[in-house]
Write a protein that binds this ligand. Structure first.
Ligand code: FES
Length: 151
């Protein structure tokens, strides 16, 4: 673990939370997932570099467009320690994710159209309704009752 140099410009978790608007619990979760990193004081308190603010902004913006945390972490792993994501970094990440996001948008549009049909129908049929049983996946499991959600 790299020691914190005296006089280093670092943030406590409370300061990072206040400045980013992200609850401390979420910041600790991001850290456990390896998305952000902290150093520890001799009293074992977290300290974050100022660049972490932009990393958290990057995480939130990515989450807001539906990018899973695992993918966000893979991209953030390319950033050197204590480096803030730049505009170029964001452009490269967003271009990597564009195809995935377009595919998700198309899937959501299909679901929206099916949902619109179902509002007018209301049958909630396991045999016919594509929202309840897309592609008759339950039928592929053979005859008899099937669960909608596995517990
Ligand atoms: S509710 Fe009838 S097809 Fe979905």
């Amino acid at each position: 673990m790299t020691p914190i140099p005296p006089g280093a410009d670092v943030l406590t978790i409370g300061e990072l939370s206040e400045r980013s608007g992200v609850p401390s619990s979420a910041l600790r979760f991001y850290e456990r997932q390896g998305l952000i990193r902290s150093r520890r004081t001799t009293g074992n308190q977290r300290r974050y570099s100022r660049a972490t603010l932009r990393q958290v902004a990057f995480i939130r913006a990515s989450q807001n467009v539906g990018v899973p945390l695992g993918l966000i972490g893979e991209v953030l792993a390319f950033l050197p320690d204590d480096a803030a994501p730049t505009q170029e970094f964001w452009e490269r990440a967003s271009s990597c994710w564009r195809d995935m996001l377009n595919s998700r948008i198309k899937q959501l549009e299909r679901m929206r159209d099916l949902f619109t049909e179902c509002i007018g129908c209301g049958c909630l049929s396991f045999d016919q309704c594509q929202l309840i049983n897309p592609g008759d996946k339950l039928g592929e499991q053979g005859p008899g009752p099937r669960r909608l959600v596995k517990s």
